[in-house]
Ligand binder design. Sequence first.
Ligand SMILES: *Cc1c(COP(=O)(O)O)cnc(C)c1O
Length: 351
Amino acid sequence: MTAPRLELRLDVVGHNTRSLVGRLGERGIQVTAVTKSTLGSPAVAATFLEAGAAGLADSRVSNIRSLRSGGVRAPMTLLRSPMPSEVDDVVALCDVSCNTELVVLALLSAAAVAAGVEHGVLLMVELGDLREGIMPDDVVAVARGVCELPGLTLAGLGTNLACRSGVVPDETNMATLSELAVRVEAATGTAVRTVSGGNSANLGWALGTPRPGRITELRLGEALLLGKDPLERRAVPGLRTDAVTLIGEVIESGTKPSMPWGDRAQTAFGEHVEVADRGAVVQTIVALGRQDTDPSDLEAPEGVEIVASSSDHLVTRTTERLEPGTEMVFRPGYSALLRAMTSPTVAAVLR
Ligand SMILES: *Cc1c(COP(=O)(O)O)cnc(C)c1O
């Protein structure tokens, strides 16, 4: 088979999804499965849905279009606030979108009316991580605004933590979200059906809390694919971490000094590298680089150490010479997975 390639085991993704759907379900929390790190793969989406995910979500309209043209009919949420230039596609392809801006909501409303559809709105609330979100004091006013716009239905409230600043989902910020749902219901007279607590970083809270409060769903991507909690990148108990591997091919291997010689300035990526002299080492080059993935986010196999990377070369140290053509199997983290999936130079193989 060709290299480099990203192999994704659908049976393992199915196991992880079933496990979390079951455990969160006992606490009244549904799983909305996030497809963005697979670039909107219809096969992965089908696996999520068969395993019990209540719906799908993605941050990009282009990925959602891939899902829809792949025959996926499930409820679909756009995770990122729509760009004003794409509102027509958003109402055509998505049931719900996450929103924070009344000007964008007005455009969505016009697009929904023109298309003759009702579009659901999940208002995102800022709870401290400082990425997207309406400040808590303004949420009721924006919710009232949504209720006055034709073609739009208030679907619920959501928040996103951890991604930008590493803010941890906890009893305090989740209670604030629950309280806001109650306040919005009182102010608008509409039921807030969905309260979307967050992403994979919420699992520690959601699986442990004695008080899930009003939280009805989590939007999960990384945990379903990689089996890890993004807060500390530790395996989530009960989940498997072997769904995704990135495979590269050895193109040079042999004994070389560990110390470069000649005058030294910047590397290809503007770095000045410090090198420790370790004498002669077995240096093995894999045909994999920064154009294919994020080499700093790869876990190497036993006995292999990643020492450097450039656009197309991954320099490793191995215990012995490896014959060119030997395949080396790496475990990607979220950043390496995202870039490998997005790179046209890496084949994606679903098994
Ligand atoms: C990407 C994203 C998610 C999913 O995050 P994971 O860490 O992969 O679970 C959830 N919500 C929003 C708004 C996102 O952008």
